[in-house]
Design a protein around this ligand. Structure first.
Ligand code: PBG
Length: 333
């Protein structure tokens, strides 16, 4: 065939493919998500997330050490309190000696500024009903999450996290006005340097299923009155725009794989770094298929993460960060 253009020329060998690859993963683009649980004396594997654990404070510090050694520069921490410490307000969330703040403090004591400590700023792990904020009745007598009371609680929680040593707080509750209020609360307490990672476009997703196991969630029902409808795209641009106006330092789209179109649009539009969250269900599906021998685990993990980067994510929250950072250091991609 007499062809001028033969795209296959650039695919002839691994070195050639490497030099023309448009998208690369780096250990520093990945945020390792970790769980710390109160009242356990050894790490507990999460049944629906094989390979991931609820950590003790001590094993958390070890896990952060492994992440740092692999080249990961940021961790995101979730706390799992004792059932006895849950209440309708979620007050264990901002207790100075609450499990999440103890975890933050331990990591900060050990690693200081060597790793960016991000903390989840939401109440769902801490409320007895599992919702992301305190409940109230609307004018029709329906029970709903109280927006403004939730935001006030997030402010207390964010300040307590900053005090414990968090570099970044990450409000994930999808309440209106949460970014502006948290910014003001942090500034009033002298935490102007603490950044906000806004969960801007967060969908009411079935992909969060295994996470409920991971945090021992008490939730009955769903979060559809505060998280976004998977049918909507434009709404994500509004949510992101509002978060930017309110002072978000970074924005996020979540979940990742079923929302790559949203991620691309947010990335094109955002003036701040954009993250995507490869969530528990994305992890669990890969692990389940790989355990059955139905997919090649390493290739599919790298492909999923590369796809998320290609769609526009500067940063990826993933349960695979430490492991993948190790692979990347060994020259795989
Ligand atoms: C809630 C929160 C959730 C996740 C992160 N923060 C669960 C939810 O909104 O129901 C999910 C993370 C994952 O599935 O990996 N604040």
């Amino acid at each position: 065939m007499d062809l001028i253009r033969r795209p296959r020329r650039l695919r002839t060998n691994p070195a050639m493919r490497d030099i023309v690859a448009e998208t690369r993963l780096h250990p520093e683009d990945m945020i390792q998500v970790l769980f710390v649980r109160d009242g356990i004396d050894a790490p507990q594997e999460i049944p629906s997330m094989p390979g991931q654990h609820q950590h003790t404070v001590e094993s958390l510090v070890r896990a952060v050490g492994e992440a740092v050694a692999a080249g990961v520069r940021c961790i995101d921490l979730f706390g799992v309190p004792l059932d006895a410490d849950k209440d309708a307000e979620g007050s264990a969330a901002w207790a100075e000696d609450g499990i999440l703040n103890r975890g933050i403090r331990a990591v900060h004591d050990e690693f200081g500024d060597d790793v960016v400590i991000m903390a989840d700023t939401c109440l769902d792990e801490f409320t007895s009903h599992g919702h992301c904020g305190p409940l109230t009745q609307n004018r029709f007598g329906t029970t709903v999450v109280d927006n403004d009371a939730s935001v006030a609680a997030y402010c207390r929680m964010a300040v307590s996290q900053a005090r414990a040593g968090a570099h970044v707080v990450s409000p994930s509750g999808m309440m209106d006005g949460q970014i502006a209020a948290i910014r003001q609360a942090l500034d009033e307490e002298g935490f102007e340097e603490v950044s906000i990672m806004a969960y801007s476009a967060k969908y009411a997703s079935a992909f969060f299923g295994p996470f409920r196991d991971a945090v021992g969630s008490s939730l009955q029902g769903d979060r559809k009155t505060y998280q976004q409808d998977p049918a909507n795209r434009r709404e994500s641009l509004l949510e992101t725009q509002l978060d930017l106006e309110e002072g978000a330092d970074m924005v996020m789209v979540k979940p990742a794989m079923a929302y790559l179109d949203v991620l691309r649009e947010v990335a094109d539009f955002s003036s701040v770094p954009v993250a995507a969250y490869q969530v528990s269900g994305e992890y669990a599906m890969i692990e389940a298929a790989a355990a059955n021998g139905w997919v090649d685990r390493e290739r599919i993990v790298l492909e999923a993460l590369t796809g998320i980067r290609r769609a526009g994510a500067d940063l990826i929250f993933t349960y695979y960060a430490t492991e993948v950072a190790g692979w990347l250091r060994a020259g795989r991609r």
